[in-house]
Design a protein around this ligand. Structure first.
Ligand SMILES: NC(=O)C1=CN([C@@H]2O[C@H](COP(=O)(O)OP(=O)(O)OC[C@H]3O[C@@H](n4cnc5c(N)ncnc54)[C@H](OP(=O)(O)O)[C@@H]3O)[C@@H](O)[C@H]2O)C=CC1
Ligand SMILES: CC(=O)[C@@H](O)[C@H](O)COP(=O)(O)O
Ligand SMILES: [Mn+2]
Length: 391
């Protein structure tokens, strides 16, 4: 039996992880559930799964959760620090990081230092501090098991290929809801349009990232650290059907692909049961239902974020941390209707130019860079009227 701590159990990945756990009662147990502010769902989940710990970040919701679970043998805690501390609990086997954004970084570092294997959905952790996380994982003999569908695909393609050289990987991108659209069209798109992903149902932040191709940029950086690659070994190809989840090309030119219907439960389950594969009743893919799998080059002139992410990867240091923080602020502003879709790339680019570059950042440097960039990006948004940002 593996004890799983789910950081962000109330989100898209978190709820699907609980479905996987429910399907594998003798194998997996929800040991710890955490939410940011959704007390109602956290309470429902805790009543159903009876974890050892239920943690709510928002301290004002503590009494509500505590009272609702008083009749059950569940320890209820509140605050971000409680999450950071409790991920080190001796009985946890795997920490599944399904929190969104930079907030995933510190709990993941603490979990690795405590020797916990990480099922990593929170790609921002590796984007911000990939070098630090991967070297810590090595030092503490911890596995980083990818949950992100593309990285799980690559990880699955690499099973049994440990002695073989990777020539390159090919990460697939759906292209998002605005694939093929012009800059002119993008200048007036709304949050509602951007939130309509063609293939996946996900949290709001990653859905906007998919629409702007920033998700692919973050995934390129995530792949660099997970698979120890150079930037020029990482290609992106648009594949609108999201059936091939990604590919690996080996030294002899042979390409392996991992395929399946777009359903995150499969990569979640693979990470939690790794190295085993466990039977399930997920819907199966049929080739005859998809006679036209297609591929095209990403349009990086229109969707500039992918190019900005490659640039950040090549510059290294705290630059990926800068683009991550700028992007988090830009996406939140777009979701609040206080900035336009195209302005998100302008905000990121300006932050890349203006925030102090640090070649070899420490954890404190990352925390400071994140804070500084957020303030700077927020000011940019306040200073610029929405109309100007949309033009
Ligand atoms: N959704 C998907 O299919 C995929 C997601 N990912 C990655 O997985 C991560 C989670 O994505 P997704 O599930 O879509 O996101 P959601 O927004 O659906 O869920 C986020 C979860 O994190 C919690 N949370 C949010 N902010 C904080 C915070 N500051 N501190 C503590 N907890 C917080 C939320 O709690 P509350 O509900 O209380 O707000 C919720 O439980 C992201 O990094 C994303 O990029 C990767 C691949 C696919
Ligand atoms: C499910 C998953 O892994 C997402 O990251 C997904 O890949 C987003 O789709 P895009 O290819 O549109 O970014
Ligand atoms: Mn992905």
């Amino acid at each position: 039996m593996k004890n799983i701590a789910i950081l962000g159990s109330t989100g898209s990945i978190g709820t699907q992880t609980l479905e996987v756990i429910k399907d594998n009662p003798g194998l997996l147990r929800a040991f710890m559930l955490t939410a940011n502010a959704n007390a109602y769902l956290l309470i429902q989940q805790a009543i159903e799964f009876v974890p050892e710990y239920a943690i709510i970040c928002d301290e004002s919701k503590y009494a509500q959760v505590k009272d609702a679970l008083a009749h059950l043998p569940i320890k209820v805690l509140a605050g971000y620090n409680a999450i950071k501390e409790m991920v080190t609990h001796a009985d946890i086997d795997i920490v599944l990081t399904a929190m969104v954004g930079f907030a995933g970084l510190e709990p993941t570092i603490n979990a690795i230092k405590a020797g916990k294997d990480i099922a990593l959905a929170n790609k921002e952790t590796l984007v911000v501090a990939g070098e630090m996380i991967t070297s810590l994982a090595k030092k503490h003999n911890v596995k980083i098991l990818p949950v992100d569908s593309e990285h799980s695909a690559i990880f699955q393609c690499l099973a049994g290929e440990e002695d073989n050289q990777i020539e390159k990987i090919i990460i697939t991108a759906s292209g998002g809801p605005f694939r093929g659209k012009s800059t002119d069209f993008l200048s007036s798109v709304t949050r509602e349009q951007a939130l309509k992903h063609p293939n996946w149902v996900m949290g709001a932040k990653i859905t906007i990232d998919s629409a702007s191709l920033m998700n692919k940029g973050l995934e390129v950086i995530e792949a660099k650290w997970l698979f120890d690659l150079e930037a020029d070994q990482i290609d992106v190809i648009v594949h609108p059907q999201s059936i091939i989840h990604s590919m690996v090309q080996f030294a002899d030119g042979s390409i392996k692909a991992q395929m399946g219907l777009p359903d995150m439960k499969l990569p979640i389950q693979y990470a939690l049961t790794y190295p085993g594969r466990v039977q399930n009743n997920f819907k199966r893919f049929s080739f005859v239902d998809y006679p036209n799998l297609s591929f095209e080059q990403p349009d990086t002139d229109t969707f500039r974020n992918l190019q900005l992410a490659y640039e950040a990867l090549n510059r290294g240091g705290n630059m990926p941390c800068i683009i991550n923080a700028a992007n988090e602020i830009a996406v939140a502003a777009f979701l609040n209707n206080t900035t336009g879709f195209l302005a998100m790339s302008d905000i990121i680019e300006t932050c890349m130019q203006q925030i102090v570059y640090i070649e070899k950042p420490s954890l404190t440097d990352y925390l400071n860079t994140d804070k500084e960039t957020r303030i700077f990006a927020q000011n940019l948004i306040h200073k610029t009227p929405l109309k100007a940002l949309q033009s």
